[in-house]
Each structure stands twice: as C-alpha cells, then as structure tokens.
Design a protein around this ligand. Structure first.
Ligand SMILES: C[S@@+](CC[C@H](N)C(=O)[O-])C[C@H]1O[C@@H](n2cnc3c(N)ncnc32)[C@H](O)[C@@H]1O
Length: 235
C-alpha cells in the first residue's frame, strides 16, 4: 500500500516537474502564463468579434456590383415621403440600410418592409422600429434583393447605384403589379420615363408608374429581355 502511494507521488512529479517546485519564482511563472492565456483569449475574441461586425459592411464591396451602406439624407427621406403622400398600402425599401425610410414610411401609415443583406443593419432597424413605436407596421428581412420577389408591394423605394439599375428595371417590370409606383433615390432608372421628380442634387428622387414602364416594355419601346435568359451579374 505504502509502495503504491510513493509510486503515485513519483509519477506526479515526473509528469509535472513544475508542480514539484514551490516558492515565489514558480508562482510568478504560473501567474504570468495564466495572464498570457487571458491576453491571447481576449485579443483572439476581439478579433473574431471585429471580423463578425465588419465583414457584412465590407462584403458588398467584393460583389460585382458594389452597393455600400450610405444612409439617405433627411432631405432625401422627406422627398420620398412627399412623392408618396397620396399613396397607401405596402411599401418596400430595397436595401433598407438602418431602416430610416421604412420607419418614416410606417409613421405615414404604410405597411413598410425593408430588405437588407447586412444582418447587423436589420437587427438595428428592428430595434429602432420598436423604440420608435412602429414595430407592428414594419418588417425587416435579411435578404438578397436579387433573390427576393417584389410582387406583393404597391410602393417600392430604391437607393441604388447606376451599375445595378438596368437589371433592376427588368426585375421590377416583370414582378410588380401594374398599380405600383417606384421611387428611385439619387440615381434614376436608365430607360424608364419618370412621371415626376422631387428635390435637387443628391437628394433628387424620381417617381415611376408601373403601368407606364410595363406597357413600354410590352410594346418594345424599352428592352424586352426576359430575366430568365440573363445571367445574374450580382454574385
Ligand atoms: C445606398 S444604401 C441605402 C440604405 C437605405 N435605403 C437608405 O436610403 O438609407 C444600400 C443598402 O443596400 C444594402 N445591400 C447591398 N447589396 C444588397 C443586396 N444584394 N440585397 C439587399 N441589400 C443589399 C447595403 O447593405 C446598404 O445598406
């Protein structure tokens, strides 16, 4: 029995020679290595968290068409609301950013939705809508605009970039009901003829009537290209 016990002590000392050394020097070595582990954990964790937050903001720049997060100005939001003041029903902001247009539209009585690729912006928009008391009349979806259908919306708002507007023209012309209105912020659609404009400079918005651009598409006045035949350039 005694022999077994001394064998076990020997094995411990052989396996963990550090633990056999006592005294302030080894205590200090141990606490330094613990501190090293904590610092490595904190730095590693911070880098992972930074990556998780930053990646969705950087990802749009890596796509063929770069549509970064640039929030609408206050004047731009006011112009959107002004041109839609006689309208009601459903509204979607395509690429809704921090949700400012959706929330402002909900306050004017619309059942307003936002489609947004960046999950952080969607979570922030939901929080903001709740804080401003319009969570019941707003919905925010983490979604790629090129994979979504807009068939259910009677009012569409888009603050896009020129490189995507021709492809979006085709998608919206094919999907929207003929009663729909489309509002383009800052950059107009390339072939549609607007029924009105509001504001100036970077705050300009253009209003398009679906009946007009769909009949132009059907009569061949604009390109009559089916989306199904076109490769999606936005991947
Ligand atoms: C110019 S910002 C407009 C933000 C907002 N509509 C506003 O006016 O304040 C464009 C937004 O579209 C988002 N976005 C980029 N590519 C997207 C995609 N494929 N599908 C959905 N949203 C996208 C970006 O993350 C960005 O928030």
């Amino acid at each position: 029995m005694l022999a077994d016990f001394s064998y076990s002590i020997m094995s411990q000392q052989e396996l963990f020679p550090d633990s056999a050394q006592q005294g302030p020097a080894s205590d200090e070595r141990r606490s330094r290595s613990r501190l090293g582990l904590v610092i490595t954990g904190v730095v590693g964790g911070s880098l992972v968290a930074l990556y998780a937050v930053a990646a969705p903001f950087v990802a749009p720049a890596l796509r063929k068409v770069c549509l970064p997060f640039v929030p609408a100005t206050t004047a731009q939001v006011q112009n959107v609301l002004k041109v839609l003041q006689s309208r009601s029903g459903t509204l979607v902001d395509i690429g809704s950013g921090d949700g400012r247009i959706v929330i402002a539209a909900a306050k004017c009585g619309f059942q307003a939705s936002g489609l947004e690729l960046n999950p952080w912006l969607v979570w922030y928009s939901r929080y903001k809508a709740w804080r401003e008391g319009v969570h019941r009349s707003t919905s925010f979806y983490i979604s790629d605009l090129w994979k979504a259908s807009f068939a259910q919306y009677s009012n569409v708002v888009i603050f896009g970039v020129p490189q995507m507007m021709d492809q979006l023209e085709l998608k919206l012309a094919n999907e929207l009901p003929s009663s729909a209105k489309v509002v383009a912020c800052r950059f107009p659609f390339p072939t549609w003829v607007p029924e009105s404009t509001e504001g100036e400079g970077i705050d300009t918005v253009w209003v398009y009537d679906a009946k007009t651009f769909q009949s132009a598409l059907n009569s061949g006045k604009t390109r009559n290209t089916s989306l199904e035949n076109k490769p999606n350039p936005h991947k």
